[in-house]
Ligand binder design. Structure first.
Ligand code: ADP
Length: 239
């Protein structure tokens, strides 16, 4: 369970998050959408204690993320940009993660899912962007956590890996997990998301299902609904 209460964050004079309230109790896949700079990454980083809010708090299984860090054992977080010591080999990186976080429950299965076996002895810096993202994903998904916070999980992934990831997330949901993800891929949202939170100018502008968003903007699919939402907003700003 994750509860975000009255969250505010500004960087200097720029208000990035403005009174965000959000509660997720049920297993499912929850997509946080919004244009670049709308605060999605900042929101996930606050949930992990990587950025401090100015006001408000996040509770994971009723535990305040500002008060302690025990909750981190329950969460698997995927950062948007993988920053690893890039001279290490993939196998060494995964081992290092296990030394820091404890033994992973399903490392081999995730390596197989992304076809990473041929790359285990290669240095991280020599990998393509897509393969680096698979390593990033492996360090996160190899833990059988109850909550996943995934920042742009499909970035740079090839179509086969995107499909495998999608199937994996759906199975995790059936196993009772809560998955919160940010993405720019409308198709992923349309096919997996149970609920959407659309961030605009630091506020939750829309919360509901994909069908509700599509209906609200009389669109034929989510891509069109998002485009109409943003155009509508731009027109409001001009007036
Ligand atoms: P998104 O993930 O939706 O693209 P971010 O959360 O990354 O948005 O960024 C929201 C805003 O906060 C952007 O304008 C970004 O430039 C700004 N921002 C993010 N991190 C910092 C930081 N460490 N210092 C100053 N501004 C930042």
């Amino acid at each position: 369970m994750i509860e975000i209460k009255q969250l505010y964050k500004a960087y200097r004079h720029r208000q990035v998050l403005h009174c965000i309230d959000l509660t997720i109790k049920k297993a499912g896949i929850y997509a946080i959408l919004g244009p670049n700079g709308s605060g999605k990454t900042t929101l996930l980083k606050i949930c992990m204690g990587l950025v401090l809010p100015d006001n408000g708090d996040v509770y994971i299984n009723h535990e305040s993320v500002r008060a302690s860090n025990h909750y981190r054992k329950l969460v698997s977080y995927l950062p948007q940009i993988a920053r690893f010591p890039d001279n290490l080999k993939v196998q060494e990186l995964l081992r290092l993660t296990e030394l820091l976080r404890g033994k992973a429950q399903r490392k081999e299965a995730i390596i197989e899912m992304f076809g990473l076996a041929p790359y285990l002895q290669q240095s991280f810096r020599n990998l393509s962007g897509g393969t680096q993202q698979k390593v990033n994903l492996t360090t996160c998904l190899m833990y059988d956590s109850s909550l996943f916070l995934l920042d742009e999980p499909t970035a740079a992934l090839d179509p086969v890996s995107q499909l495998r990831l999608k199937e994996f997330l759906l199975k995790e949901k059936q196993r009772g997990k809560i998955i919160v993800l940010t993405t720019h891929v409308p198709h992923l949202v349309q096919t997996v998301a149970d609920e959407i939170y659309f961030l605009l100018s630091g506020k939750i502008h829309f919360h509901g299902t994909v069908d509700q968003l599509v209906d609200a903007y009389q669109a034929s699919d989510i891509e069109e609904a998002i485009a109409k939402l943003l155009m509508h907003q731009q027109e409001k700003i001009k007036v």
